[in-house]
Ligand binder design. Structure first.
Ligand SMILES: [Fe+2]
Length: 148
């Protein structure tokens, strides 16, 4: 499951850069070229459910990706506003304020994030808390890999 999750994290936007107008629609064709399984194609397409795809997130990993795709963008935007430029010293209370401020990172859909929490049967606060913790935990690794 960990390998699948990492694979999904890396490839979920496989079609976005080259085909932004066909996001989640071009992905199956591209993924078949690398012999991706139907399960993997479903997982990739489900992250755009209700936006650019009608493939519903069903499995836990798909629901987590759907819920966190927009949210991680919002958290990262909030981190970049901080003196530390990091998530590591960010409190969840600060994140909640940014979430409620509709003008902040307006491109990150609060409705999609709320829907994602609902799909997981989590309270919104639980989703915010867990996602922030995961980003704090992974920030050093991501920064390190971005240098390479
Ligand atoms: Fe996407």
């Amino acid at each position: 499951m960990k390998i699948f999750g990492a694979w999904l994290g890396l490839l979920h936007d496989v079609d976005f850069e080259q085909y932004p107008e066909e996001h989640c629609k071009k992905a199956p064709e591209l993924l078949k070229e690398i012999d991706a399984s139907d399960e993997m194609i479903h997982a990739v397409c489900s992250h755009g459910y209700g936006i650019c795809s009608d493939v519903k997130p069903e499995h836990l990993m798909e629901k987590i990706l759907f819920a966190t795709d927009e949210l991680t963008g919002l958290i990262w935007a909030a981190a970049k506003m901080r003196p530390s430029k990091s998530t590591k010293d960010m409190e969840v209370s600060s994140l909640k304020k940014k979430f409620k401020d509709k003008k902040f990172a307006a491109g990150c859909s609060r409705e999609i994030i709320k829907q994602g929490a609902e799909n997981l049967d989590w309270e919104l606060d639980e989703l915010l808390d867990k996602t922030l913790l995961a980003m704090k935990d992974g920030e050093d690794r991501v920064e390190e890999e971005m240098k390479e």
